[in-house]
Design a binder for this molecule. Structure first.
Ligand SMILES: [Fe+2]
Ligand SMILES: [Fe+2]
Length: 501
């Protein structure tokens, strides 16, 4: 086994630290941690150390995700967008563990979805009710945090001379010339200014308008609160991945943009041919989650008609339905809309309407954007991801190549589209469907035409690429898409890989 290990590593042009060899030999599956380590590396190190393999083994043992508690910098199954290299393939152990999806009946339940439940008319009262619901839901989460026990209303907190704790919605964020930050917060009783000092632990955090945060601090004699800490709703307790005991997989696509002249039909054919093939990985796919922008749409942006190969909206969906028809029977498809689809643009968006649904195979499941869907008991939060446009504009350093950064922020804020009044239109429903009320096991988005998988505090993050080449608009804005990549997540372990076509 020792020789096998050394040969395995040297074939990859790297070395193995002697202590790592001894450690691996003491493991039940010595190759497994190495396999996963190589799958996680953008660039291989000169030498694989004991620390590398221990961390990888730990991650594997805890279904890859529990280890996020330690905020380990190199996550075994992480494939950041920038390193989704063309040759990257599923690791041997991921492939080896494949189970045949056709041996498992589908088990899909839609747990949360606006479809059929929309009540808003867009009146001023609707907006007041909507923001009240958002504030109440998020402040309820914050009140459960130990740090915010006994949180007061802002009107009471501002009169206090001792330490105060309160919860507010951010109405403005600005930086002072000394590098401090001032947050304006409000609740239903009052508003207050909070100073986050440049040398405090919260100074490096990013804040956006309309998110809800908790503050622990002291009021100074000018009525300004000096924050000791800023508490986000976040995911306070890191849980292990809710594995199902079987190695069947869910694959994720989005942004197919059928009807566009830049739709990649050859890549798509490769995908559908592979999905129907005898490849063990393909046969392990039980679910396909399609996170919106399934067609290019009509009139979505100025002069779009010049970039359309199919200029009829039904024609576009008909073409998509034909393209999906060859997908194998063992694959259950769940489809939500995005901002290019033929439903209202305001989020939450309902599922595609009946005249479009009937173009597709009857076993396809349509849901709204966002939707919380249970796949064999694994909870998947599928959201197209339009709000990433607002995150990119609002937060310095955030960009379209790093969608997972925005997704982590959404989970910290427990809201999919916190910034109101930007590019993401929001329908003021009675209940805020964009709150992340329930922590999912998998959080999937699309929209930015990038790709990536990672984990945050026990939640698998997936951003699901595109099947469209660079558009003239993207070229103008210097956005380089990463098309034709397929993230695949094992529902047994939460392990994830990206397959390129
Ligand atoms: Fe898109
Ligand atoms: Fe989109």
């Amino acid at each position: 086994m020792r020789e096998q290990l050394l040969a395995f590593v040297s074939r990859r042009g790297t070395l193995l630290e002697p202590a790592a060899v001894e450690y691996l030999l003491s493991q039940q599956d010595p190759m497994g941690p190495l396999d996963r380590f190589f799958a996680s590396c953008a660039e291989l190190p000169l030498m694989v150390t004991l620390q590398d393999v221990v961390r990888t083994a730990d991650l594997g043992r805890t279904a890859a995700l529990r280890a996020q508690v330690n905020a380990a910098p190199a996550v075994a199954l992480r494939v950041p967008a920038a390193v989704a290299a063309p040759s990257r393939e599923a690791s041997a152990s991921f492939r080896r563990q494949s189970e045949s999806a056709s041996d498992h009946a589908p088990d899909v339940r839609i747990l949360r979805d606006i479809t059929g439940r929309s009540t808003c008319e867009g009146t001023l009262e609707d907006f007041t009710r909507y923001f009240r619901n958002r504030f109440q839901t998020l402040s309820r989460m914050l009140r459960n945090r130990r740090e915010l026990g006994g949180a007061q209303e802002i009107s009471k907190a501002r009169r206090s001379t001792r330490e105060v704790r309160f919860i507010g919605m951010v109405s403005d964020v600005r930086d002072t010339k000394n590098g401090h930050r001032i947050l304006e917060l409000e609740d239903e009783t009052d508003r207050i200014s909070v100073l986050v000092l440049a040398d405090s632990s919260s100074a490096s955090e990013t804040f956006v308008n309309d998110e809800v945060v908790g503050i622990v601090g002291k009021v100074n004699d000018r009525g300004l609160v000096i924050a000791e800490s800023v508490v986000r709703p976040d995911i306070p307790v890191v849980r292990p991945f809710r594995g199902i005991g079987e190695h069947i997989r869910a694959a994720f696509i989005s942004d197919v943009h059928v009807g566009s002249t830049t739709f990649l039909d050859e890549k798509w054919s490769k995908l559908t041919t592979w999905m129907s093939s005898d490849d063990e990985l393909a046969r392990s796919l039980r679910y396909l989650v399609v996170s919106g922008d399934v067609v290019d749409g009509i009139g979505v942006y100025p002069r779009q008609d010049e970039e359309l190969a199919i200029d009829d909206i039904y024609g576009q969906y008909e073409a998509l339905a034909k393209m999906m028809a060859p997908l194998p029977d063992h694959l259950t498809v769940i489809m939500i809309p995005g901002n290019h689809d033929a439903v209202r643009p305001a989020e939450p968006q309902p599922a595609l309407p009946q005249p479009i649904r009937k173009l597709f195979d009857s076993n396809l499941i349509f849901a709204g954007n966002p939707s919380l869907v249970s796949l064999h008991g694994v909870k998947v939060l599928a959201y197209h991801g339009r709000s990433m446009d607002d995150f990119v504009s609002a937060i310095p350093g955030m960009n379209y190549h790093r969608p997972l950064d925005a997704m982590r922020e959404m989970l910290k804020m427990r809201h999919l589209a916190p910034i109101y009044g930007g590019k993401t239109p929001i329908a003021p429903e009675a209940e805020d469907h964009l709150n992340v009320d329930e922590v999912p096991d998998i959080f999937a988005t699309g929209h930015v035409h990038s790709v990536g998988v990672d984990a945050y505090r026990g939640v698998v993050l997936v951003n699901s690429s595109t099947w469209q080449a660079q558009t003239p608009y993207q070229k103008m804005r210097n956005i380089e898409p990463l098309p034709a990549r397929l993230p695949i997540v094992d529902l047994g372990t939460g392990a994830a890989v990206i397959k390129e076509f």
